[in-house]
Design a protein around this ligand. Structure first.
Ligand code: HMG
Length: 455
């Protein structure tokens, strides 16, 4: 009798707390993560060597010093909405997703188009999503989409989605302007991710989290400027300090609690458990600096230049980080989407080797906010991602000369002025995509989809 009473009271207690009989909560055991993913880039790109020559800089500084090859150049017809919609449309088509199954749309961007109206409202219309959908935009420099991803995971975890899905899109145009130190680290593009309880690409560790925040003036884009200002070298330090802070919190959480494995695996350090380490990539070399900082944080000391530890960190970077960076080198910084561009490339090209293995993701947004996340690659992710290969997407791009690139930059400074719609003529910029921005008329942004102007 006593035992029946104890069993029943435990049952009712578990009902209240959501715990199962083995003491773990049902929500903790839920698989949540990325079910589908796609990215979009502008129709044109600039070769980074051409930029270096035009600026009188040794090309090796941009190629080996920063690690870049090309950068996406968005024309006046390709704004934040257009790139976000392109990524979203590709995701829905490639993965055969019913737009009506989406009940949350978050667009992370730091390339706003209006003080009030979010990018997400236009994207919601263009993608044909249901009106029973929570729709908003998130801004926190490059961290906005990671904040969106965490919010989406929590939404699914809450149980309130009831089988519906969340769409998170990162979309940005990185611009510092002509003859600035940041110029070779520009780029543009968008990444769309569908988050659900059917993660066919990536399972996210929703039991542990690591974040960091600090008010710093490392990078900002004032309201009067389309171009960003950066205290470049300081921003690198801010990024690295935020990485240590977020990583330490994640590590402490895993080691201290909730049933996750606490024993170091892999090379013996905590981070050795991750088969691949992904970082926010403003330029490829930054991921290398970040990876060394991760290993230094494990060791509790910094590595001297050319020391055996620094050399080992370089080798480890080649093995666990570099294989994800090709798209970043060819598209440039896409701010909110830069980390996820690495993820898309990794899933397409290495998921066969990584199936079932843990990886890490680190997002940094200047200002600053950062997050370190653990995840697991799902078997078969490479096959799904290969349905539309990154090679085909990049092969459709056309190169621009330095003169044309500068003409585009000049035109973009006027693309949002009321009544300057001639600047956004798709034919003038050789833009052939289905969704285009046609300029601002009567103080309203005008978009067309397959030649039909939206109301
Ligand atoms: P810089 O002063 O032009 O470059 O600025 P540098 O002198 O530091 O040189 C860069 C690297 O090239 C160095 O390598 C040089 O040694 C090497 P390192 O020592 O760092 O390993 N180098 C050469 N290599 C080969 N041959 C040569 C040669 N010359 C030099 N001839 C900087 C570089 C990144 C600061 C600049 O481009 C910049 O300000 N960029 C924008 C800011 C940025 O990207 N910050 C990154 C961290 S903050 C972040 O990621 C957030 C962000 O995405 C925004 C957001 O959150 O929204 C930016």
């Amino acid at each position: 009798m006593v035992s029946v009473y104890l069993t029943l009271s435990k049952y009712f207690l578990n009902q209240k707390t959501g715990m199962t009989n083995n003491g773990k909560s049902e929500s903790n055991q839920m698989k949540i993560g990325i079910e589908a993913m796609a990215f979009e880039v502008p129709d044109h790109y600039l070769d980074i060597t051409d930029l270096a020559k035009a600026r009188g800089v040794d090309p090796a500084k941009y190629t080996s010093g920063l690690g870049q090859k090309q950068m996406g150049v968005a024309s006046p017809c390709e704004d934040t909405v257009v790139l976000a919609a392109g990524a979203g449309q590709r995701l829905l088509a490639n993965f055969d997703i019913d737009p009506q199954s989406i009940s949350l749309l978050i667009v992370g961007t730091e390339t706003g188009i209006d003080h009030s109206k979010p990018v997400s409202s236009y994207v919601h219309q263009i993608l044909g999503l249901s009106s029973q959908c929570r729709v908003f935009e998130v801004k926190h420099a490059c961290y906005g989409a990671m904040a969106g991803l965490t919010t989406a995971v929590n939404y699914i975890l809450s149980g309130r989605a009831k089988g519906r899905k969340a769409l998170v899109i990162a979309s940005d145009i990185a611009r510092y302007g002509k003859n600035t130190l940041g110029e070779p680290t520009q780029g543009a593009g968008a990444v769309a991710m569908l988050v659900s309880d059917n993660p066919r690409l990536l399972e996210i560790d929703h039991q542990n989290e690591g974040f960091f925040a600090s008010q710093v003036m490392d990078f900002w884009r004032p309201l009067y400027s389309k171009e960003a200002f950066a205290d470049g070298h300081f921003s690198i330090q801010c990024y690295l300090d935020a990485l240590s802070g977020a990583y330490n919190l994640y590590k402490a959480g895993v080691c201290e609690g909730n049933g996750a494995p606490s024993q170091p695996v892999g090379n013996g350090s905590f981070s050795g458990r991750f088969e691949a380490c992904l970082y926010h990539v403003p330029f490829v070399k930054m991921a290398q600096k970040a990876h060394q900082r991760l290993l230094e944080t494990d060791e509790g000391q910094s590595f001297e230049k050319d020391s055996p530890q620094a050399k080992a960190a370089q080798q480890d970077f080649e093995k666990r980080v570099a294989p994800a960076l090709e798209l970043n080198a060819r598209v440039g910084n896409i701010y909110t989407g830069a980390l996820f561009l690495s993820l898309a490339y990794l899933l397409e090209n290495s998921a066969d080797k990584l199936a079932g293995k843990p990886i890490s993701l680190f997002s940094y947004g200047s200002g600053c906010g950062a997050e370190f996340m653990g995840a697991k690659v799902v078997e078969g992710a490479d096959r799904l991602m290969k349905a539309v290969s990154y090679k085909d997407i990049l092969a459709k791009r056309k190169p621009v000369s330095i003169e044309r690139y500068e003409e585009i930059l000049d035109a973009c400074s006027k693309m949002d002025l009321n009544g300057e719609e001639n600047i956004c003529d798709p034919a003038k910029w050789d833009i052939k995509r289905p969704v285009v921005y046609l300029g601002t008329q009567n103080h309203k942004r005008v978009y067309s989809v397959n030649g039909v102007v939206l109301n």
